[in-house]
Design a protein around this ligand. Structure first.
Ligand SMILES: Cc1ncc(C[n+]2csc(CCOP(=O)(O)OP(=O)(O)O)c2C)c(N)n1
Length: 519
């Protein structure tokens, strides 16, 4: 066996069963090994940002690392924005990046670059294999590194000669690392703080937004009177009717500060203390009130569930959590197609167990509240703020959960970064309904321009946020990549097209010609 075959054997034995790939010449042995394996599914993605975003979506929904196969430093760099988002989402992700044969690097051929340097920027763990015999052992270490805490980005660089030379050393899978426990002292300190009479919020993030953790947080909230808040961009929030409601911190700093005002105590659970997304001249970066004490129950890599259950027990929180009531009957939206009309349709029609990838940007503001009472579902957001995540994320989520409907709420500007994901959705026949919010604008940047005080905009300034001239035809774009598509120009049309999409399986796209009233 060669090094690539041994590596694949180890990865399969470690439980890795899916590869999102965009390979080149230096990865041919790996491609061949995957091609000869019945245990590793391969999904071709036509841009590396789709590879990494899809691996993130798969990991968010399966809690397992997908393998990404990338081509040298340039391929890795193309994947980097969504690697960054995955890192911020705290998911396990396993990159295997090919490099030139070790003896070839000295000749500085055109694709030569410092691959470990590229990788280190967005990886938590980086290693270059030392020999063909070492490649599989390095693979086992990489899987283990990706499973540290709630998930890390592990990047293994495989020089081409290590992949093609003979390897005599099988490498067994390594044990999955255990989560770090929160100390009994911390648990009892937090339980005490919850009964000290101060106005308190639990501030949840990362793994604390799963149903079991929310049930525990809901009990604590009921017993202590604390409110439950969550970070602005949760990686995966389990919500909907019958689940524990969570107040999501607003994006704009002044709204977030307003939301947090009056709290004397904030208890962090799987989240960092909230800070403003950007700095603005004359505004504070920290969002908590100056006199608010910030305590940490559990960091993002700790055993958040056990910690919450510890507080439940220590504070005698015996009553079950309050939960969200189901949706009430409402009239079908009619008239012009506003984001609110789309939101109302979602609120009425989203099926049980749906997975929502929310990269709807300014159009999305109304969609989160409007879907609060729909049947239970998972809500995935742009954890790292680097746009171009939504379509790849929904591709990966749909592959992880083939029996669940995935709904991609997708702003048009962000969609164009990784539009190639549509092609992979068609090829894999994933059950994703993409709703493009066509406002022909980088609308948020118009707002931010005023907020940072960058002066009076000229026509040229505004042209840098304008997506018209030419207008993008999303129906043609989708059809050209094999995804059936329709266009909705009124609230009634959208409702009818979305209702139809919910009854079918397979990828579909609705171009929503939204009329937006900007604040
Ligand atoms: C990788 C990356 N590049 C650029 C940006 C800056 N940026 C933030 S929002 C935005 C435009 C978003 O436009 P769109 O997706 O159409 O949503 P809208 O604001 O119109 O609702 C840009 C370019 C970013 N956040 N990430």
């Amino acid at each position: 066996m060669n090094g690539a075959e041994r590596l694949l054997e180890t990865l399969v034995e470690s439980g890795v069963e899916l590869c999102f790939a965009n390979p080149g010449t230096s990865e041919m042995q790996l491609v061949s090994a995957i091609g000869n394996s019945e245990k590793m599914r391969a999904v071709l993605c036509l841009f590396e940002g789709v590879v990494s975003g899809a691996a993130d979506g798969y990991a968010r929904m399966s809690d397992k690392p997908a393998l990404t196969l990338l081509h040298l430093g340039s391929g890795f760099s193309n994947s980097m924005a969504n690697q960054h988002n995955a890192k911020r989402a705290h998911v396990p992700l396993l990159n295997v990046v090919g490099d030139h044969a070790t003896y070839h690097l000295q000749y500085d051929s055109p694709l030569t670059s410092d691959v470990p340097a590229h990788a280190r920027i967005s990886s938590n763990w980086t290693r270059v294999s030392e020999s063909a015999d070492d490649l599989a052992a390095a693979g086992a270490l990489a899987v283990q590194a990706s499973l540290q805490g709630w998930g890390k980005i592990a990047t293994l660089i495989a020089p081409a000669n290590h992949a093609w030379e003979e390897s005599t050393q099988p490498a067994p899978a390594l044990p999955v690392p255990a989560l770090e426990k929160v100390s009994a002292t911390t648990i009892s300190e937090v339980a005490d703080a919850l009964s000290n009479g101060k106005t308190t919020a639990l501030f949840l993030g990362g793994p604390a937004l799963r149903e079991e953790c929310l049930n525990a947080a809901g009990r604590i909230a009921r017993a202590s009177g604390a409110r439950i808040l969550c970070e602005t961009f949760p990686a995966r929030l389990q919500r909907g009717a019958g689940r524990v409601p969570v107040e999501r911190l607003p994006y704009f700093a002044e709204q977030a500060m307003e939301h947090l005002s009056g709290f004397e105590q904030l208890i962090l659970v799987g989240a960092s203390a909230p800070v403003s997304f950007f700095a603005y001249p004359g505004k504070k970066s920290r969002l908590t009130p100056d006199d608010c004490e910030v305590l940490t129950l559990a960091g993002v890599d700790q055993d958040v569930l056990r910690a919450l259950e510890g507080v439940v027990a220590a504070s005698g929180a015996t009553e079950p959590a309050k939960t969200t009531p189901p949706v009430q009957d409402q009239p079908i939206p009619s008239g012009i197609l506003t984001p609110l009309a789309i939101a109302r349709t979602l609120g009425q029609l989203m099926p049980e167990n749906a997975i929502v990838s929310d990269e709807a940007a300014t159009c999305g503001l109304a969609m989160f509240p409007a879907t609060e009472n729909t049947p239970p579902h998972d809500w995935l957001t742009l954890a790292g703020g680097a746009i171009g995540q939504g379509l790849p994320l929904s591709l990966g989520a749909a592959i992880a959960c083939p029996d669940r409907k995935v709904i991609a709420l997708q702003a048009d500007g962000s969609a164009m970064y990784t539009i190639q994901a549509l092609w992979s959705m068609a090829r894999e026949n994933t059950d994703v309904t993409v709703v493009i919010m066509n406002n022909r604008s980088y609308a948020i940047l118009n707002i931010e321009l005023a907020r940072v005080g960058a002066g009076q905009p000229t026509a040229k300034t505004l042209s840098m946020f304008d997506l018209s001239r030419p207008d993008i035809d999303w129906v043609y774009l989708a059809l050209s990549m094999g995804v059936p598509a329709t266009r909705a120009t009124s609230a009634e049309e959208f409702h009818q097209q979305f209702a139809a999409a919910m009854t079918k399986h397979g990828p579909q796209l609705i171009e929503a010609m939204v009329i937006q009233q900007m604040p």
